[in-house]
Unconditional design. Structure first.
Length: 378
């Protein structure tokens, strides 16, 4: 495969991973809003493929949706995807992605992994026994997300030898903006009781899908990609997201048709707390947390000590208004020493109850899910 084919195949695998991760997280979902970046998580795990032992690398590749990929293939694919996603100033869009490897000052990054990680980002030394290590990671996260993500980690465990981080920042305008003059206050049927929200309105021709279970429509961005709104008719939004698959998501694109109608959507702003993904990722088969097998031993640092991940933290945020969308996420994984047809009939899509949203961009013809979330209360 050339670089393009590798990236398209990896993007499809990343989507499969995204919805499997959604299903795991939804098992314990309450009535709170949710925002996270499955792609940020995927990128961190993909980067660690080159540091894992052979058995762990095989299991990890399967867990993140790229069975049969070795680290050379996944590194090339990830680098191609990142080049496609990064945009600055194009039609007003700002999309940034960055990766960093923080190495304890008493340890040395494995030379081969250092060379491979250059496809993702830079490596730097910190003192994990000091509070300054957390300060350095939090400062890096804030700088890479234009201040959207702050305070992702309070402190590191003293036996941390390294931490790998990914940051995604997304800011773009709608291809067809909402008219602020039409925004009006209304009631949103939130779990536990209705609440007031500012509802935006937009009329015109767009791609649209409807069946007995959902209404769905994409809000396109000026520089490509969009925000897919999926509004359930019967089940709750968490139940809908839990059952979603990559095939279902791509099916929305295939089955959507141009339609003339009106979309009524609340403005919203979600800022999540740091979320631990360790249990969900372990349930998907990611083998990097086992202290007994220490699957990162010999691949991450030069020193001959057993190494595994202690966890995977992520913090994300999204803001939706009349002009467009802003979203950001940072994922941190510390490693311990182990220790076009004519428009059909008019539709009306009133998002006045909980719904699923999926922010995506295209890698080739594949819509790659960057952020996923649920709005339960604006």
């Amino acid at each position: 495969m050339d670089g393009y084919d590798e990236a398209v195949s990896a993007a499809a695998g990343a989507n499969a991973f995204a919805f499997r991760l959604c299903a795991e997280l939804m098992k314990k979902a309450g009535d709170s809003n949710l925002i996270f970046s499955p792609f940020s998580t995927w990128t961190v795990l993909a980067a660690l493929l080159g540091a894992a032992t052979p058995a762990a690398a095989e299991a990890l590749a399967k867990a993140i949706g790229v069975p049969g990929f070795d680290y050379i293939t996944i590194d090339a694919a990830a680098a191609h995807i990142m080049r496609c996603l990064i945009k600055d100033g194009e039609t007003g869009a700002r999309r940034k992605m960055a990766n960093a490897l923080f190495i304890g000052e008493h340890y040395t990054i494995k030379n081969g992994f250092k060379e491979r990680f250059a496809a993702y980002g830079a490596a730097m030394n910190v003192d994990f026994t000091s509070d300054r290590a957390a300060d350095a990671v939090n400062r890096w996260a804030s700088e890479r997300t234009d201040g959207y993500i702050t305070g992702i980690i309070d402190k590191f465990e003293p036996d941390t030898v390294a931490a790998i981080a990914n940051a995604v920042f997304f800011n773009d305008r709608w291809a067809a903006e909402f008219d602020p003059a039409l925004t009006a206050t209304g009631l949103f049927s939130a779990p536990g009781g209705a609440c007031e929200a500012d509802f935006m309105r937009r009329s015109g021709v767009t791609f649209y899908y409807e069946d007995e279970n959902v209404q769905a429509a994409p809000l396109n961005f000026t520089s490509g990609g969009g925000l897919y709104i999926v509004l359930p008719k019967k089940q709750n939004a968490a139940g809908l997201l839990q059952k979603m698959t990559d095939e279902y998501f791509t099916g929305l694109f295939d089955k959507s048709r141009r339609a003339s109608g009106e979309i009524i959507l609340p403005r919203f702003n979600i800022d999540s707390k740091p979320m631990e993904l360790k249990n969900a990722l372990a349930a998907l088969g990611a083998p990097l947390f086992d202290k007994n097998s220490a699957p990162l031993t010999g691949g991450l640092i030069e020193e001959n000590i057993p190494v595994c991940l202690s966890g995977v933290l992520q913090k994300a945020a999204v803001q939706i208004n009349e002009e467009g969308a802003s979203a950001a996420a940072v994922t941190v994984a510390p490693a311990l020493g182990v220790v076009s047809a004519p428009p059909p009939k008019t539709f009306t899509m009133v998002c006045d109850r909980p719904f699923v949203f999926l922010l995506y961009d295209f890698i080739g013809a594949t819509p790659l899910v960057l952020f996923a979330g649920i709005l339960n209360r604006p």
